[in-house]
Design a protein around this ligand. Structure first.
Ligand code: HEC
Length: 99
């Protein structure tokens, strides 16, 4: 495990255990902001370039493919987001499908 992945996992755990900050429903867009997707991805003209731009990703990828990308990344250049709650999953996937 690289140092960055360990820190990502630690940050994810911290977000989950800081319960009052994570109680309610979020829209997919809010989740994408909170989870820091824009550190590596651009959409709608803002974001990083470590990963591919996500505009139109809903046309390129099916929902199962998007879910797969978020949980297991063979290249290890993207952290896993498998820790998300089921309802957050659905919201995030619906947001990605609409990009
Ligand atoms: C540390 C950088 C990083 C972060 C943070 C990150 N990604 Fe990625 N992502 C990548 C890279 C790099 C790829 C290219 C494929 C690969 O290497 O796994 C990728 C690929 C993708 C793809 C597939 C794109 C395509 O065109 O097929 C999707 C969808 C995606 N990421 C969504 C997200 C979402 C949603 C988040 C936030 C929850 C996120 N990523 C956070 C680096 C990141």
């Amino acid at each position: 495990m690289s140092r960055r992945r360990i820190w990502t996992a630690a940050a994810a755990l911290l977000m989950l255990t800081a319960a009052p900050a994570w109680p309610q429903e979020f829209t997919g867009e809010e989740l994408a902001h909170r989870l820091g997707c824009r550190a590596c991805h651009t959409w709608q003209g803002a974001g990083g370039t470590h990963g591919p731009a996500l505009d139109g990703v809903g046309q390129r990828r099916s929902r199962p493919e998007l879910a797969q990308q978020l949980t297991s990344t063979p290249s290890r250049r993207m952290p896993s987001f498998a820790f998300l709650r089921p309802q957050d999953w659905q919201a995030l996937l619906t947001f990605l499908e609409g990009l």
